[in-house]
Design a protein around this ligand. Structure first.
Ligand code: ADP
Ligand code: MG
Length: 238
């Protein structure tokens, strides 16, 4: 216990919540598949960043999480890697339709970055990733979604458009990520986020990441996450 506290302190990690798994030291500690380990190495990631050290074991254990760490700290892999594990754990993957993992980000540029990183980890397992944000015609997007996918990376507005067009349903979704939650709020996406969350089964796993944690995000998080563990790396603004 003392060792765990010391190790967290050395990484500037603070946690709150019950029975928080201890932070890992290497990617090998996560029990990832050989395909995933190869993809991690191919990306040039030698060891996990501090947010990854603490978030990976929490998310892999199935818990909801609020992750707060500054830009550039490696939050994407912290939610994408466990998502691949979560999806590969589903029995009879091909029997139903609609994404199992849904990632929402505030802007097309951010969503695109996440899309590119997600594809690198999804591909070795043959999982299909669809991009649902501006830049592609709605008709092409509609057709792509109709063809099926396991993962959607989206901006809230375009995802709502696609849901309205019945290009997809979220009935199979069990893993939801809200990335850059503070910026989604600043851009006025709260109603869209609530609408999307309302279409996803309540026993989903929910992850919320943010660079800052103002009160209004804290409140939203309390409403849509279940007993979340909170992880903060470094000093964080409100
Ligand atoms: P954030 O979402 O916290 O702003 P990103 O997930 O975009 O951070 O990661 C920032 C950069 O760090 C990216 O270029 C990413 O490829 C790289 N990165 C992520 N994890 C690792 C790691 N474990 N080792 C080395 N580089 C990493
Ligand atoms: Mg990010």
């Amino acid at each position: 216990e003392q060792d765990v506290a010391e190790y967290r302190k050395s990484l500037a990690i603070r946690v709150s919540g019950f029975d928080v798994p201890k932070p890992i030291k290497t990617f090998e500690d996560c029990g990832f598949s050989p395909q995933l380990m190869a993809a991690i190495k191919k990306q040039g990631y030698e060891k996990p960043t501090p947010i990854q050290c603490q978030a990976l074991p929490i998310v892999l254990s199935g818990m909801d999480i609020i992750g707060i760490a500054k830009t550039g700290s490696g939050k994407t892999a912290a939610f994408v890697l466990p998502m691949i594990v979560h999806i590969m754990d589903q029995p009879e993957l091909q029997k139903e339709e609609g994404p199992i993992g849904v990632i929402c980000a505030p802007t097309r540029e951010l969503a695109h970055q996440i899309y590119l990183e997600t594809k690198k980890f999804a591909k070795p397992h043959g999982l299909r990733v669809s991009a649902v944000y501006g830049g592609m015609s709605k008709l092409d997007q509609f057709k792509e979604l109709k063809a099926g996918c396991e993962i959607v990376v989206a901006t809230p507005g375009r995802l709502i458009d696609m849901l309205k067009m019945k290009a997809l349903t979220l009935s199979r979704t069990t893993y939801l990520v809200l990335d850059e939650a503070d910026r989604m709020f600043d851009l006025g996406f709260e109603p869209q986020i609530r609408s999307i969350v309302g279409q996803i089964r309540p026993d989903r796993q929910t992850l919320l990441f943010s660079a800052t944690m103002p009160r209004k995000i804290e409140k939203l998080a309390r409403e849509i996450l279940t007993d979340p563990t909170r992880v903060t790396v470094g000093e964080v603004g409100m």
